[in-house]
Design a protein around this ligand. Structure first.
Ligand SMILES: *Cc1c(COP(=O)(O)O)cnc(C)c1O
Length: 453
């Protein structure tokens, strides 16, 4: 048995035991009394909680000599493209990733956006069709739909989870709707119980945007393996990364075969050019970097979950900040980001901006994330006035589409949410993660000083 197998088995054991809940229920050690000792906020000249201590640097911290050697091996082999060998690194990665995710198949692509577009195209979704998705996401989510010239219809959010609000999803469904594309924001599960029920009721496909959600588990199933298909990104910032890369997972033979054909410029495994398809193949070097990372990815996933549970437990008595709400059935997240809602009224009216400056002065890099939902970006006006959409959609539909763009809950999330970069701080030992909670406690307890800022 290889060490990779061992790690995988430990991972499965941890996942099935519900490591998140277990970690959250244990006693929380305190590491010193920083909050009580240093009462002057650093932003006003006091001693910062954390000084000159860098966090792990992602993604370079996952690089090792084995990875260098594997890259050289691929370089020297001359097999740089997946179609040169059935046992090259891309086909091998696809097998390994599908196994890890618990699906029959994986098709690797050049990006998460490419993976999403491939699925939309493979499902035959195109002009005239609608896909309901979230305004609070990476632009790649809607681009996967727009590239097929379908309409991404945006539903509003649950302000506590930053995920799609299933009630609003259902309101946005009509006779043109073909699929729901839930986005697992920050890598934690969207409300999948409700979304699956709605999809079933209206006979819709579910394309999971799991681009942030590697290894997270909902009711015993990995995110991405729950819907008809699931899409991942391996872009540098993601928790499994190769620079730019993506992948589709699924277990439907016919659909996954179509995904392969679409991503391979419309050419099937039988060698026939059969469908409309861009060329979205992953290259062999990208797969080397991914394969070299899979074992360690599980260990990092565990650490982010344990550190997130520790932080959440430490924050429970601070009414000014509420960590992202997790839905029933959540067994673990990926914790791409650790996020919280900032409640200005609890902080005596101090703005989020001032709070963030105070946290940064304490040596903890908290920041906003998405500051404007996709419903407020110019692409809506662009497509409504574009020749191609005007040829494919009636003026009435485009007018309706343009007018139904309001997402007030998403606006609220954009204003309230603060995030911690998880693939840095949350990869550190818990003793260091304590600095984050200490700094938050310090700023919270001394919030009256923030009025002087
Ligand atoms: C990163 C991301 C994408 C796009 O993936 P790329 O690999 O950058 O194309 C799509 N959706 C979400 C939620 C993402 O975080």
């Amino acid at each position: 048995m290889t060490s990779g197998d061992l790690t995988r088995r430990r991972f499965i054991a941890a996942a099935s035991a519900g490591s998140l809940a277990a970690a959250a229920s244990r006693t929380i050690p305190a590491y010193g009394d920083v909050a009580k000792k240093a009462t002057q906020l650093a932003i006003l000249g006091g001693e910062p909680v954390r000084k000159n201590k860098p966090w792990p640097d992602w993604p370079s911290c996952c690089w090792d000599e084995n990875l260098t050697n594997s890259l050289l091996k691929t370089a020297k082999s001359g097999i740089w493209c997946r179609i040169q060998s059935a046992s090259g690194t891309v086909p091998t990665f696809e097998k390994e990733y599908a196994k890890l995710m618990g699906t029959k198949f994986c098709v690797a692509t050049g990006a998460g956006t490419q993976a999403l577009h491939t699925c939309v195209e493979a499902m035959g979704i195109g002009p005239g069709d609608e896909v309901v998705t979230s305004p609070y996401t990476d632009p790649g989510t809607i681009q996967g739909i727009l590239s097929a010239r379908a309409l991404p219809v945006l539903a509003d959010l649950d302000v506590e989870s930053y995920q799609l609000d299933p009630a609003d999803v259902e309101k946005k469904i009509n006779e043109n709707t073909r699929a729901i594309m839930p986005v697992h924001m920050m890598g934690q599960p969207a409300d999948m119980d409700s979304i699956l029920a709605i999809a079933k009721k209206h006979n819709l496909k579910v394309i999971e945007d799991a681009c942030q959600a590697h290894l997270a588990v909902h009711r015993g199933r990995k995110l991405g393996a729950i819907g008809d298909v699931g899409c991942f990104s391996f872009q540098s910032s993601k928790t499994i990364a190769c620079g730019e890369g993506g992948g589709i997972i699924g277990s439907d033979d016919e659909l996954m075969d179509k995904c392969y054909t679409v991503h391979n410029h419309g050419t099937s495994r039988r060698g026939k050019t059969e469908l409309i398809g861009p060329k979205y193949r992953m290259n062999e070097f990208e797969a080397v970097v991914l394969l070299g990372q899979l074992g360690g990815a599980i260990e990092r996933w565990r650490r982010r979950n344990e550190n997130a549970a520790y932080l959440t437990a430490r924050l429970k008595d601070i009414p000014g900040l509420t960590p992202q709400k997790l839905y029933p059935g959540t067994e673990s997240g990926s914790f791409y980001l650790y996020t919280m809602s900032y409640h200005k009224d609890q902080f005596d009216g101090v703005s989020r901006d001032t709070f963030l400056k105070a946290m940064n002065a304490e040596g903890i890099g908290l920041s906003p994330y998405i500051t404007q939902g996709l419903h407020r970006e110019p692409w809506i006006d662009h497509i409504v006035s574009s020749k191609s959409y005007q040829r494919m959609y009636s003026p009435e539909r485009l007018r309706q589409f343009s007018e139904q763009r309001a997402c007030p809950k998403c606006d609220q999330v954009c204003e309230e949410m603060v995030m911690l970069w998880a693939s840095g701080p949350l990869l550190a030992p818990e003793k260091e993660v304590a600095d984050i909670a200490d700094a938050i406690e310090k700023v919270w307890e001394n919030r009256a000083q923030l009025k002087q800022v």
